[in-house]
Design a protein around this ligand. Structure first.
Ligand code: AMP
Length: 280
């Protein structure tokens, strides 16, 4: 496994691989890898000839009051996990090289970025689309893998790829969960042991919502009430949003009829957790 820090060197390797007709699978991450990331790596290894993982905590997707400085980082451990998972190349750039001091260009997916998570994180998706576009131009992947846990991110990146004609196929992998259902996340590490236990309510409230829908209840309001009631049973949990939206435009739906996304964001103290389910 090679660790590449230099951007032109990564571009050259990608170009050479393309010339040799090798397909490149790409898994962008912010490191502190867990089984969710590893599931994306495994998918890439099945589909692509060469798997590239990037490890970069992207400052432009954090606002000044967020956790950029304390975001967990452990490159030694990540490198070992990548090696064990059979990754071919880890792209691990320095901040100074990723964003030069005169960086001015951003990719903006206007209205989409202000919905759901964008309400409490107004500049977040601008940072995500910008770094993903930059990484696509550096790693030149044929396939890029993202997790459904970040459903709005998947949706926005797919739109960016369509709208800007990136020649890459986006593949979305299911959310990996802890045994109690909590979606795996690098941020789970911030939770106290009590909050960690209580955080299982996020997925169990979504699962119950899914069961209600299965039993015939289709009005979004009733489903949202059920999720709110469940989440409110945990004393320290603060709801950021519970939203039921159409998967194809992220607009709220009154009745659950077509591909519907049920998404939740909640805080334990300053730790913000998200999760979702898709109803077909
Ligand atoms: P992050 O390092 O949190 O930016 O995540 C990097 C990629 O891993 C993103 O595409 C995430 O959606 C994905 N990911 C994060 N957590 C999970 C999970 N629990 N299951 C599947 N994919 C995940």
């Amino acid at each position: 496994m090679r660790v590449i820090k230099d951007i032109p060197q990564m571009q050259k390797i990608a170009e050479d691989l393309r010339q040799q007709k090798k397909t490149i699978g790409f898994v962008p991450t912010m490191g502190f890898l867990h089984k969710g990331h590893l599931s994306l790596i495994n998918q890439s290894k099945k589909i692509a000839d060469v798997t590239v993982v990037s490890i970069y905590v992207n400052p432009t997707q954090f606002s000044p009051n967020e956790d950029f400085d304390k975001y967990p980082r452990d490159f030694k451990r990540d490198k070992l996990l990548c090696e064990m998972a059979g990754v071919d190349i880890v792209f691990y750039p320095d901040h100074e090289r990723m964003y030069l001091s005169n960086h001015f260009t951003y990719v903006i997916t206007d209205q989409l970025a202000s919905k759901l998570c964008g309400k409490s994180r107004p500049t977040h998706f601008r940072g995500v689309t910008t770094i993903v576009a930059k990484l696509f131009n550096i790693v030149k992947p044929h396939y890029a893998f993202f997790g459904q846990k970040d459903a709005q991110q998947c949706f926005i990146i797919q739109r960016m790829v369509n709208d800007l004609n990136f020649d890459v196929q986006i593949i979305i992998a299911p959310t990996k969960r802890e045994p109690d259902g909590l979606a795996m996340s690098s941020r789970n590490k911030y939770l106290s042991s009590q909050h960690r236990k209580d955080a299982a309510i996020i997925y169990s409230s979504l699962k119950k919502a899914g069961e209600l829908i299965q039993s015939g209840i289709k009005q979004s309001k009733l489903i949202m009430d059920s999720i709110h009631n469940n989440l409110q049973s945990v004393p320290d949990l603060k709801i950021d949003y519970v939203s039921i939206v159409n998967m194809n435009n992220l607009e709220p739906v009154e009745n659950i009829t077509e591909q519907t996304l049920i998404a939740v964001a909640a805080y334990f103290g300053s730790t913000r957790l998200i999760d979702n389910i898709i109803i077909n």
